[in-house]
Ligand binder design. Structure first.
Ligand code: SF4
Length: 640
């Protein structure tokens, strides 16, 4: 990091193997802070319109923030951004872990990568020095071998390895990035971008951690958090995001069998609570975070080790209920394979559920799968499919394109089963039971994204007596099953909070309203670290700027018709949900003109025609239980 709150950017041209340093002035840094806002600023500035997402002109940016690498819990997150090979528009994905703080300790705030190496290469950034190193020994290897090999080659177990995985090398459009084997940039296909550049990894080692401008004041905020956070009662520490399985099952919106159902008979078997009581061996954490929400599991008979962490909610739902699988140990194995191939678990699970429904309807045949019987609940088939997708072999070549492109290639009405927004597969949250989330899905510049704003159960908790978002005027409780002007306003305000979190690198499992760290203490911490006097208004403008720039990026790339229009999920969403969200559907008037069809049980013809059908079962408009999000509203690194 540069001094005086300027930012120091490392520019790398892989084609020429040259580097240069850019110092961003303090006023610019204060307008963007880092993360998604700084990344979209750089991409807009540096990337020409109309580039091929998998070509050398795509620019891959990694941005930290002004508070990354210091000691407050939850401030370790950083951003990967580029033009997405999945959507053709703005691609952004955050991860926690250790890589961002290490980059800051090496003296850099961001890395901007362009061009394409003639041969496989990895970057080694050690403080001021940058080396281009031969990655041939690691090309084609699984992530664990790469991590171990690079640590051994460099003779340092404290290097932090961010890598693209085999899936990224082979151009799977939803390939992820991972640091230290467990911390993922899951969404938007950033792994495919990195692989297309013949760049295997970016390895960092720093020896000069950043320090606060006002150390005493910054320490005061650490004490504030210690006084206000109670680990013993924190659901994120106890069951992590996997607590979402039973919470969403209770609300009748656990995505099941490709969103056909909202209740899964095997929910308890694959829940976070069952995981805690059976295969959980440890709770992992990110740099300097007291919450320690990460799962680490072991299943000796399947070769599953804690080295690759454990499944988050999104993984349990996308590979479990969405594919009809109720075997937790096999889901742990699937999770390990996602980590080894470095795949986005949401998109991979979604594309497999899509394939299962196509198989059910004879659109994908046993001949096409190479003999794999893709029935709902067939865990062995899912494991085989992950290998094929990760290697982009057999039918994995088709499915590695994502549901939108796969459906177009298959024809025969396969698009009825392809649930996506702007080409990105739908996360494991059904907007028919969380109406505000439908706005997030429809309006997100990155396509279907559950990380745009808090989910509706949190809107239900607004109140005038000291609610952490009361400072934004959000004091009135809102029903999760309504989508009216009050909900739209709440979404608009809270989307700025979430975008500000993405810009400053704050984990929303630590920040309010999901956890203890309020907006004002966070502001005080930013000011203590930087020496500024930022206001909450100024911070919200950063969040707004982040969103605006991402949308401008999409406009400028004009990379595909519809990128800027609000997009819904699929016709399936126009069909009503079962109890307790029974009868709820989404309307065209909600701006969701093509979203998932029958989320929950309905006559087969409604699946086939994708039309708007009659109410299924009693149209009682029952209220979804305000069960709290149970972590389901939150983030999983695999999931973003
Ligand atoms: S709450 Fe969890 S994901 Fe967030 S920073 Fe802490 S350990 Fe990482």
């Amino acid at each position: 990091m540069a001094t005086g709150n300027t930012a120091k950017l490392l520019h790398v041209d892989l084609s020429t193997r040259q580097t240069r340093t850019e110092v961003v002035p303090e006023t610019t840094v204060r307008k963007y802070l880092g993360g998604g806002a700084l990344a979209s600023y750089i991409l807009l500035r540096d990337m020409p319109a109309g580039v091929d997402p998998l070509g050398p002109d795509n620019v891959l940016v990694f941005t930290t923030s002004v508070i990354n690498g210091l000691s407050l819990s939850g401030t370790n997150r950083y951003t990967a951004a580029a033009k997405s090979p999945l959507t053709g528009g703005y691609g952004e994905s955050e991860a926690g872990g250790w890589w961002g703080p290490e980059l800051r300790a090496a003296g850099w705030d961001a890395v901007v990568i362009r061009g394409k190496s003639a041969a496989p290469v990895y970057l080694f950034i050690k403080d001021d020095t940058v080396e281009f190193r031969d990655a041939a020994p690691y090309w084609g290897r699984l992530s664990g071998e790469v991590q171990d090999g690079i640590e051994a080659e460099l003779g340092d177990k404290r290097v932090r390895v961010l890598q693209c995985g085999l899936a990224g090398e082979r151009g799977v459009r939803f390939a992820a990035l991972v640091n230290q084997l467990k911390h993922f940039h899951g969404r938007s296909g950033m792994g495919a971008v990195m692989g297309s550049k013949n760049l295997k990894a970016v390895v960092v080692r720093g020896t000069k951690p950043p320090v606060a401008s006002d150390k005493a004041e910054a320490k005061g905020q650490l004490v504030w958090f210690k006084d206000h956070y109670e680990r013993a009662t924190d659901r994120f520490h106890q069951v992590g995001s996997s607590g979402g399985v039973l919470a969403l099952e209770a609300s009748g919106i656990l995505p099941t069998r490709n969103f056909r159902d909202g209740s899964f008979e095997g929910a308890k078997a694959i829940s976070g609570q069952t995981m805690r009581d059976t295969i959980l061996v440890n709770r992992g954490t990110c740099y300097a975070c007291a919450v320690a929400c990460k799962r680490e599991v072991e299943v000796k008979e399947l070769g599953v080790t804690a080295k690759y962490g454990g499944p988050e909610y999104e993984t349990l739902a996308a590979t479990g209920s969405l594919c009809g699988i109720d075997d937790l140990k096999m889901l742990a194995l699937a999770n390990q394979l996602y980590a080894q191939y470095v795949l986005d678990s949401i998109s991979t699970g979604a594309v497999m559920a899509f394939a299962m429904e196509c198989y059910e309807h004879g659109i994908i045949t046993k001949e096409m799968t190479g003999g794999i019987e893709l029935q709902w609940g067939n865990a062995d088939a899912v494991i085989q499919m992950i290998h094929l997708i990760g290697k982009r072999e057999g039918i994995g070549r088709l499915l590695g394109e994502g549901v939108k492109r796969a459906a177009a290639q298959l024809g025969k009405g396969a698009d009825r089963f392809a649930l996506h927004v702007k080409g990105q597969e739908v996360p494991m949250h059904d907007p028919r039971g969380k109406k505000g989330l439908s706005l997030a899905y429809a309006l997100s510049p990155t396509g279907a994204d559950h990380m745009e704003a808090p989910h509706d159960p949190l809107y239900a908790g607004f109140h005038p007596q000291g609610h952490p978002l009361g400072a934004l005027g959000l004091i009135e409780p809102l029903d999760p099953l309504t989508l009216d002007s009050k909900k739209v306003r709440a979404f608009f305000e809270t989307q700025k909070v979430w975008s500000a979190y993405n810009s400053v690198g704050m984990c929303d499992f630590v920040g309010a309203p999901l956890n203890a760290l309020g907006l004002e203490p966070m502001m005080d911490y930013i000011n203590a670290v930087t020496g500024w006097n930022m206001s909450l208004y100024e911070l919200m403008k950063v969040g707004e700027r982040n969103n605006t720039l991402a949308r401008v990026f999409n406009n400028r790339q004009h990379a595909g018709a519809g990128l800027q229009q609000p997009r819904g999920l699929h016709a399936r969403g126009r069909h009503p949900a079962p109890a307790p969200a029974r009868g709820h559907r989404q309307r065209r008037a909600e701006g969701l003109e093509d979203r998932p069809r029958r989320v929950l049980r309905g006559p087969p013809h409604l699946l086939r025609d994708g039309g708007v059908g009659p109410e299924h079962g009693p149209a009682d408009g029952g209220q979804a239980r305000r069960a709290g999000c149970g972590g389901s509203c939150g983030r999983t690194e695999v999931g973003r």
